[in-house]
Design a protein around this ligand. Structure first.
Ligand code: ADP
Ligand code: ADP
Length: 229
């Protein structure tokens, strides 16, 4: 399971300014589709619509043939794991933040997920800003580390569908490579929608969709797109 279909999706935050003007594509079970395009093209909006932060204005989004509007919030959120661009952590230990992905998980499972996402070293630490009764200060995590915590949470949750909103260029190359490795592990055999900022990070995608002016300007495999541009 886990097939995602966007069918003639139209959406505008402001009725005067349509963002998506008839977007149709499918992500097959276990496949990875990457959406690229200029900043402001509506890439993240696609993921927000799938997760139902907003609803489409016409057309539909379906999971395994079921309109997401007919799914309960609970079942939709159980089916989808989202690794956002800016992870906000709960004011509790990193272990707690990872366990949020699946509260019934054992300590060993939490630790294993932390290891895969390379945050095992500070699993007992508290994020910065957390103040204990005795006034201890928390640990300041970088953007990349916070994102790895979100990845560990998603590894633990193990949902059939993944939405990855890629790290921005704010991350250094080493961090980006580490995150990419963790993301490759978590997206293996899962239906994955990647919001990508650079074509170079989505070489392995089954299909790349180029979004421009609210429409699909081009689509294909990495090689074919490079050859045409
Ligand atoms: P991308 O991910 O491709 O950079 P987004 O989907 O984030 O683009 O945004 C598409 C357009 O919608 C942008 O012009 C952005 O300013 C606008 N936008 C995004 N979120 C909102 C919002 N909550 N309200 C109004 N406009 C928004
Ligand atoms: P779910 O509980 O099914 O994961 P939510 O909508 O509550 O669905 O959260 C979606 C994702 O956003 C969570 O998996 C988590 O990564 C993150 N999240 C939501 N709320 C918070 C929060 N208050 N602090 C930190 N992360 C949060």
């Amino acid at each position: 399971g886990g097939v995602i279909s966007f069918k003639d999706v139209h959406f505008a935050y402001d009725p005067e300014r349509p963002i998506l003007k008839g977007i149709s594509f499918e992500v097959g079970a276990g496949k990875t589709v990457a959406v690229v395009g200029p900043s402001g093209a509506g890439k993240s909006t696609l993921s927000r619509l799938l997760y139902r932060f907003y609803d489409v204005q016409s057309g539909s989004i379906e999971i395994d043939g079921q309109d997401v509007r007919d799914l309960t919030q609970k079942s939709l959120r159980a089916a989808i794991g989202m690794v956002p661009q800016d992870t906000v952590l709960f004011n509790d230990t990193i272990a707690y933040n990872i366990r949020y992905g699946r509260p019934s998980a054992s300590e060993e499972e939490v630790s294993a997920a932390a290891e895969v996402a390379q945050v095992g070293d500070f699993i007992r630490a508290l994020p910065e800003g957390f103040q204990t009764k005795v006034g201890e200060r928390g640990l300041k995590l970088s953007g990349g580390e916070k994102q790895r915590v979100a990845i560990a949470r998603t590894i633990l949750k193990a949902p059939p569908i993944l939405i990855l909103d890629e790290a921005t260029s704010a991350l250094d190359t080493t961090t980006e490579r580490e995150i990419q490795t963790a993301l490759d592990i978590v997206s293996k055999n899962r239906t994955t929608l990647v919001i990508a900022h650079r074509l170079s990070t989505v070489i392995g995608a089954d299909e790349i969709i180029v979004l421009k002016n609210g429409q699909i300007a081009e689509r294909g495999k990495h090689q074919a797109l490079l050859a045409r541009n």
